[in-house]
Design a protein. Structure first.
Lengths: 332, 196, 596
């Protein structure tokens, strides 16, 4: 544990009586990037707190000591004091030097360039979900980013439509996803776990619903996940509900937007080849269970306003939806 | 405009005519407007992904004549102001009208240029060059049009005998505007046409 | 009625600005309350996502352009000519034009709430929904096909004309219409800050005008200024917007700083400490405000060098700001402080603005900003600056100058209630937002997950917002009560040092029966070197010519919204009508006999 922890801001929060695991907190850093930022923030916070106490105290003392009293002689009409002016110009300037120096150091340390051996992932923002492309692994997934614990991660971020901002607070600061530009962040996670993030730049109707998860796994766990993801989609046994679901999928509009390797080539929506292995659906909005999947397939825009996945015309029957759910859940 | 005489006679703290000072502030503001437009043109220079590109389409000899025409109109404006200031309204009218006429010629040139570009396939929708070119030169053209309207108004007032030596300040301010618009054109001509 | 519609009297225009802007302030406040009600609990469903996005867009746009700026303008109008010993502004009819354009622009923007059915949509469906910052390329037709963004950009273009016209007018008024002897270094601090503000207005607004014009060409005529497929970049909008947007922040705060610099000396019975330094730091802030715009864009990834430079310039701006605060405290120090409501608000301004300034330093640092930008932490920051700062400062001005403007004093008892409710309410509403943001809640979200652990803090914030609403209600009761029950103010209820207190409340139409001659910075106070000046006589020694009213500024102003309707409804003849009305207004205005 670094030495600053005991008086850092989470402690203040704890004193305020707030509990919670705070999965999206900037104050619980779990990577080198987030930690560097947190150290800097704690530094600046205490400078600011000191200035706050001194200046507000001066203000209060002035108000109390010089409040109107009967018989107080008329105040001396002082117009200014050159030395004092110089003093209170230089004092804040000096404090700012103490803020600026570590700031510049941290800017260059966190400029977004990871080491050469970093795991490179392309992040593409869509209205309103995230696509992850692992170039070196040849893997494509959505909304849940898996990374290994022992290795630096280098993200190259862009957008397929409007400007988004990619942000997983426990792992570091945000970077905008801008169409036609590539921005970068790099971090090395330092604890296994599941971290929450979400889009931070207003991007239209469902901006609030553009969430994501990052799963930091042990190297072996990440390896297992990658191996599974690289395999083709599960083929349902003939006659099962999942098999009927596959048929429904193949004859419906689903194939226009979604990829399931070997089944459909669509690229407008998330790749579903291994959708069953994800913990959430609809970019982190709901748990990946039958009830939510069924509601999502039936009427996505009611769960996520503006969703491009409109209600199917003619509507799917309940039996079709149940079969689709079974199929999607089988795609582990 | 009719109360120029009384306004000029008013006491002011800086000894400057208030309308003239306001106009300088306006010109300062306009500088920022054109700076933003010209900067955008420069930022987007060479970024078009399809043609026609500037070197394929800009007609420098033609525009040089337009530029010369606009410069001459500034000269006419100087002469107009001098005439009104010395109370020579006969020449004042002639020069005011000449300034407006040369302004109209410039606008005519711009209409011809725009039409030709559209025929050659460059519109506002074609590419970034089209966007930045038409909006920049179009905004300037709109300023020239306002100036021409203004000059013609003064000319008509002069014909009616309502613009006299007492209104020299009005003519001076018109001149400020006209020269400003002219200077902006020199910058645009240099940036868009000469430096490609 | 007619005399109000045609008025060119700066005092009447000031009151028109006040009531109009306050009405918009209430509308913006109601929007804020709906927003807070929605966020009182996680997964709130009081309003839909689409409605919520319109609400926060209109809340920001309304508060910035229709409430704070014009509330400041109401004091520019009413007070500045009085402080410099003038009979009116330099261009009274241009002043009327500014007001009418502001009113019509504000109505145009807000009409979008109601006119949905005209665009084959429901009511509450076509209000602007792209954020007050309207980032391209979300605002392009491709991603925002409805008329929502059209209302926003056309409304802002109209309002820009109003601000620019007022800017030229007040610059000339302050530079050129000062009473004899009132050198620039004798001009009251509020008028000085007005001058700096107006210079910022006339230089910053053309930039946003161009940015909006590009967006207009993109949306209405298929241009590609922000379309990356054509080789352009949506980042251009961010540069243009923030080149305007950061000076705009100072346009919002400098007038309040000016008010505080006038209120504190009056109630401490002591001259403003370091007047020269306060004035020059204001000028410096104005200049430096132009060199910091990219600190709104750290997350864009401009590169470490650009980030370092903009971080440094941003931190530097804290220095002149700090200097002002120290001078205000030094003004109080050694004074004989009377705790009037106006003083409460002025001190509240200082206390709250310090918090906003200090949280500002934490996002002047790009690495920490990357964790804070676009979160509730920044929402907390801007509300400490613009509510704790500007609104507190404006209320200080209202309590201070209301007696001058109406002849009656606002109730001090209700005033104190107002202050304390607002003070507690705003801290309850905005302080928890620091934590909400640091715990990971982005701004501009219509809903949030209970898993974030910010539900209680959000509820607290909502309670605070409703407390603020209660405080505003108390203020409205105070205003109404004062109309009939307010104590008569007399010329000078506070013992003020500046010229506005030397004449009747409300002042006669000509302001000064005799234009005063000013010998020092505090003309009405006795100092070690000076006796107080003699106030002008109650009745003028000779009749004073007062300019009549004019219909034409209003007529010209009507041309603008008509022009704006043309692209909105794709109707060419409306453009012709609008241009004709505008031209007719201008010509009739130019040629009508009007003696200033």
């Amino acid at each position: 544990m670094p030495r600053y922890r005991w008086w850092s801001t989470p402690a203040v929060l704890f004193l305020l009586g707030c509990g919670g695991p705070f999965p999206q907190s900037t104050l619980h850093p779990h990577s080198d990037f987030a930690r560097a930022t947190d150290v800097l923030f704690t530094d600046i916070f205490w400078w600011a707190a000191a200035v706050f106490v001194v200046v507000e105290a001066l203000l209060l003392v002035a108000l109390i000591r010089f409040r109107h009293r009967e018989g107080r002689p008329a105040p001396k009409p002082t117009h200014g004091h050159t030395l004092m002016e110089i003093a209170w110009t230089l004092a804040p300037a000096a404090i700012l030097v103490f803020v600026a120096v570590p700031t510049v150091r941290t800017i260059f340390a966190t400029a977004g360039e990871g080491p050469a051996d970093a795991l490179k992932v392309d992040v593409i923002g869509h209205q309103w979900w995230w696509e992850f492309r692992y170039q070196e692994l040849g893997l494509v997934t959505a909304n849940e980013l898996h990374v290994p614990l022992g290795r630096a991660v280098q993200l190259s971020i862009t957008s397929a439509d409007v400007i988004h901002s990619f942000w997983i607070p426990p792992l570091g600061g945000k970077r905008d996803a801008i169409p036609g530009h590539v921005t970068r962040i790099a971090f090395r996670p330092d604890q296994v776990g599941e971290y929450a993030g979400q889009c931070a730049e207003f991007c239209g109707a469902s901006h609030a619903n553009m969430r994501l998860r990052v799963v930091v796994e042990s190297d072996s766990g990440f390896g297992r996940w990658a191996t599974v993801q690289l395999q083709g989609p599960a083929a349902p046994a003939p006659g099962t509900a999942a098999d009927r679901g596959k048929a429904v999928f193949a004859r419906s509009a689903c194939i226009g937007c979604h990829t399931i390797r070997g089944v459909s080539p669509g690229v407008i929506g998330p790749n579903l080849t291994h959708v069953g292995s994800r913990t959430t659906i609809a970019s982190g909005l709901f748990p990946n269970d039958s009830a939510h999947l069924a509601r999502w397939i039936g009427d996505a825009p009611s769960l996520k306003p503006g969703s491009l996945m409109t209600r199917m015309q003619p509507p799917l029957t309940d039996a079709d939806i149940a079969a689709l759910v079974a199929y999607l859940q089988s795609l582990q | 405009m009719t109360h120029a005489a009384s306004a000029a006679a008013h006491h002011t703290s800086l000894g400057l005519d208030s309308r003239k000072m306001a106009f300088w502030a306006f010109i300062g503001s306009e500088c920022l407007l054109f700076t933003s437009l010209i900067s955008t043109y420069l930022v987007y220079k060479g970024k078009s992904v399809v043609g026609p590109y500037p070197h394929e389409i800009l007609n420098i000899p033609f525009t040089s004549v337009s530029t010369f025409d606009l410069l001459m109109s500034s000269l006419m404006m100087v002469l107009a102001l001098a005439a009104v200031q010395r109370g020579d309204m006969r020449w004042g009218k002639i020069w005011l009208f000449s300034t407006a006429l040369l302004g109209l010629v410039f606008l005519g040139g711009q209409v011809i240029e725009f039409t030709e570009f559209v025929h050659k396939g460059l519109t506002l929708q074609t590419n970034l060059f089209g966007c930045t070119f038409f909006v920049l030169t179009g905004t300037h053209g709109a300023h020239v049009s306002v100036g021409v309207l203004w000059l013609l108004t003064l000319w008509v007032r002069a014909l009616q005998g309502k613009l006299t030596q007492a209104n020299a300040m009005t003519v001076e301010i018109t001149g400020l505007y006209w020269h400003f618009v002219d200077v902006v054109w020199i910058v645009i001509f240099t940036v868009v046409y000469l430096i490609q | 009625m007619k005399s109000w519609l045609t008025t060119t009297d700066h005092k009447r225009i000031g009151l028109l600005y006040f009531f109009t802007a306050f009405a918009f302030f209430l509308i913006g406040g109601i929007e804020a309350l709906v927003i807070r009600a929605q966020l009182a609990q996680p997964n709130g469903h009081l309003v839909t996502a689409e409605t919520y996005n319109q609400l926060f867009t209109m809340h920001g746009t309304t508060m910035v352009f229709l409430a704070l700026m014009p509330l400041s303008a109401s004091f520019f109008n009413y007070i500045v000519p009085l402080q410099i010993g003038a009979r009116d502004v330099a261009f009274p009819r241009l002043n009327a034009f500014s007001y009418w354009v502001f009113l019509l622009g504000g109505l145009f923007l807000n009409a979008s709430w109601l006119v949905g059915p005209l665009f084959h949509a429901g009511t509450l469906n076509v209000a602007p929904d792209g954020g007050w910052f309207g980032y391209a390329n979300l605002t392009e037709r491709q991603f925002s096909p409805g008329p929502n963004i059209d209302f926003w950009l056309l409304g802002l273009q109209i309002l820009g004309i109003s601000s620019l016209a007022a800017g030229f007018n007040f610059i000339v008024t302050i530079l050129n219409l000062r009473a004899p002897g009132m050198r620039m270094m004798r001009v009251p601090a509020f008028t000085w800050m007005t001058l700096v503000t107006q210079f910022l207005v006339i230089t910053a607004f053309p930039v946003i005008t161009v940015g909006l014009a590009f967006l207009m060409f993109d949306r209405f005529f298929g241009a590609h200024f922000y379309v990356h497929e054509a080789g352009a970049t949506p980042i251009l909008w961010q540069h243009l917007f923030w080149l305007f947007g950061h000076p705009e922040v100072y346009i919002l705060i400098l007038p309040a700083m000016g008010i505080v610099s006038d209120v504190l000396p009056t109630f401490a019975r002591k001259p403003l400490f370091g007047y020269t330094v306060v004035v020059y730091s204001g000028v410096l802030i104005g200049f430096m405000g132009w060199g910091v715009w990219s600190h709104h864009m750290f997350s864009v990834g401009l590169g470490p060098i650009a980030d370092s430079v903009f971080s440094a310039t941003t931190m530097l701006i804290a220095v002149p700001t700090g200097v002002k605060i120290f001078n205000w405290i030094a003004t109080l120090w050694g004074g004989d402080i009377r705790g009037t409501t106006a003083l409460h608000f002025a001190v509240g301004f200082i206390a709250m603005f310090i918090i906003g300034g200090l949280s500002g330093v934490t996002h002047a640092s790009p690495p920490t900003d990357l964790q804070q930008t676009d979160t509730y932490y920044v929402v907390a920051h801007i509300h400490y600056v613009l509510f704790g700062g500007t609104i507190m400062g404006l209320f200080a001005g209202i309590y201070y100058w209301w007696p001058k403007m109406t002849g009656r004093l606002l109730s001090e008892t209700l005033g104190k209630w107002h202050f304390w409710l607002q003070f507690v309410g705003m801290n309850l509403a905005f302080f928890p937002m620091h934590f909400i943001g640091l715990l990971g809640m982005p701004r501009r979200v219509y809903t949030y997950s209970p898993e974030l652990g910010v539900s209680d803090l959000n509820l607290l914030s909502t309670i605070g917002a409703f407390l603020i609403a209660l405080s505003i209600f108390v203020f409205l009761v105070n205003l109404l009560r004062t109309r009939t029950h307010g104590q008569r103010a007399g010329n000078d209820p506070w013992g003020g040092a500046t010229l506005e207190w030397s004449i009747a409340s409300p002042p006669p139409v000509y302001n000064f029966s005799v234009i005063p001659t000013v010998a020092n910075r505090l003309p009405r106070w006795k100092t070690e070197h000076h006796e107080p000046m003699r106030d002008p006589p109650a009745t003028p020694p000779a009749p004073i010519h007062v300019p009549g009213g004019s219909w034409w500024p209003m007529l010209a102003a009507f041309g603008l919204p008509i022009l704006a309707l043309a692209p909105l409804t794709h109707t060419l003849w409306l453009a012709l009508v609008g241009a004709a009305v505008l031209l007719a207004g201008i010509y009739l205005w130019a040629f009508e006999p009007f003696e200033v």
